[in-house]
Design a protein around this ligand. Structure first.
Ligand code: NDP
Length: 453
């Protein structure tokens, strides 16, 4: 697999002197570069201009003719950038001396990799499985084949006027939000009552309200039961009987490890119930010389985690270096992450509920304010910031943000938490004024205290 984890491992292993071959059946770069993080973020950036044109009026600008958006032009630009990055990946692999096979590979046995198109068999002393994950298609529903997954959204030749999205996780919300901002009418169908299961409850509530305020329609507590073709449009029917006409339906119900037909059984590699490769903390599978990294292991489905795992694998197995700390793994895992909606979500460490499940003495520091830009631009955008602190140790256990630049902020909060930041460390940090981030170092009084003080 030539995605984030596989490419990093291959390149570093080759630099350590190993003889390395990499097989990729689609395009180098994997989910992140080809049909995930990169094209998504570029489209998010495109989607934010719409509001900027309006906001500018509050700052003395009189925009001329109404700006027009051209989906096909954006797609050409994004495709070109993705192709450029794909080329960079290939060049870097070749420069490092990696042999790249542009075809699918399967395991014939624990040491033999068969290249599916050419039939060539390659003997390998070490094998790394880095085949990533694919969109989950279950539950299957009548007409389900009419729905897109996130893979296809990046291929849509034209912008659908009306879109129904099923699911309310990272992918569903990021795409729903950007399509809404680009002018599509978007309905989100979710089985729960709130978006973003697993995130802090205040974040979930705040984001959902903000997106609803921008015109995203949420249909909560319901499931899609069928999709029908009606002329040029689609009709999505919900279990409560309602039917929604749309030009496109996208389902984002999670991602499943991409292990089908890989020959793992022939090689003796154990997988779990959902097909994820079972690995030890350092990526070993049930076969000692076969390792796995990234989404195929169903640990943290995030690019930086896959890269970290790929680097650690190559360093340990080929470089004799065992120093890479896999800080995203295990009980104390500190995993900063962001959801690129507008406003963004940034999150690291424990949610309030998770902290309370582990400790009795939790203080919550929170603020909810109108960002400075909105004072002149108008609009009802609000920023939410929240710190979860253990009172007895003063340790900051979690930080949760919803607002402009939350992704950029949470990266740096992640540094502080990795260093074991205490609330008094934040208090001792001088603010940068006027910023939104300064709130993180100026919140003095808890908004809520759990447990006897
Ligand atoms: P998520 O796990 O984030 O969300 C899955 C969504 O599908 C949830 O809303 C879930 O609902 C819903 N769902 C699952 N099964 C069903 C069902 N049977 N019927 C109805 N709804 C269902 O998955 P995504 O596909 O959004 O993303 C996969 C992963 O990719 C993420 O978890 C993340 O790790 C990674 N990712 C990260 C990004 C980033 O860092 N910015 C961006 C995109 C992806 P419920 O809440 O009820 O369980």
């Amino acid at each position: 697999g030539g995605g984030s984890g596989g490419v990093r491992a291959a390149r570093v292993a080759a630099q350590h002197g190993a003889s390395v071959a990499l097989a990729e059946e689609y395009r180098l770069g994997g989910t992140c570069v080809i049909r995930g993080c990169v094209p998504k973020k570029l489209m998010v950036l495109a989607s934010r201009f719409a509001q900027s044109f309006d906001d500018a009026r509050g700052f003395g600008w009189s925009p001329g003719a109404a700006p027009l958006f051209d989906w096909a032009q954006l797609k050409r630009q994004v495709d070109a950038e993705v192709a450029r990055l794909e080329g960079v990946y290939r060049t870097n692999l070749l420069r490092a001396g990696v042999q790249v096979h542009d075809e699918r590979a399967v395991l014939d046995d624990a040491h033999t990799v068969r290249l599916a198109r050419s039939g060539e068999r390659v003997h390998a002393r070490q094998i790394l499985i880095a085949t990533g994950a694919v969109p989950e298609a279950k539950p299957a529903i009548p007409g389900g084949e009419l729905a897109s997954t996130s893979n296809e959204v990046f291929q849509w030749p034209a912008q659908p006027r009306r879109v129904v999205v099923q699911g309310a996780g990272y992918i569903a919300l990021e795409l729903a939000c950007l399509l809404n901002r680009l002018g599509s009418e978007v309905s989100v169908v979710l089985r729960a009552d709130r978006v973003l299961r697993g995130f802090d409850n205040e974040v979930r509530e705040h984001l959902q309200a903000q997106l609803a305020g921008q015109g995203v329609r949420f249909l909560a507590g319901t499931s899609m039961t069928s999709i029908q073709q009606r002329g040029d449009s689609l009709l999505a029917t919900l279990d409560r009987g309602e039917a929604i006409a749309a030009d496109a339906v996208m389902r984002a119900l999670g991602r499943r490890p991409n292990t089908a037909g890989l020959g793992l059984q022939a090689a003796g590699v154990e997988v779990d119930r959902i097909g994820a490769v079972k690995v030890s903390i350092d990526g070993r599978t049930s076969v000692p010389h076969i390792h796995a990294v990234g989404d195929v292991t169903d640990r943290v489905q995030l690019t930086p985690a896959a890269i970290r795992e790929g680097q650690a694998y190559a360093d340990r197995v080929f470089g004799g270096i065992d120093s890479t700390r896999l800080s995203h793994l295990g009980e104390q895992g500190i995993v900063p992450s962001a959801v690129f909606t507008t406003p963004e979500v940034g999150s690291v460490g424990l949610t309030e509920a998770e902290a309370l499940a582990r400790h009795a003495d939790i203080d919550i520091y929170g603020t909810n304010f109108r960002p400075m830009k909105a004072t002149l631009a108008g609009g009802d955008e609000r920023t939410l910031m929240k710190l979860v602190v253990q009172r007895s140790t003063d340790r900051v256990l979690g930080c949760h943000l919803v607002g402009a630049d939350a992704a950029e902020m949470i990266q740096l909060v992640g540094v502080a938490l990795t260093l074991g930041a205490r609330k008094t460390d934040l208090d001792a940090t001088l603010a940068v004024h006027p910023t939104a981030a300064e709130e993180l170092v100026t919140m003095r009084v808890p908004t809520r205290r759990h447990g006897a003080p």
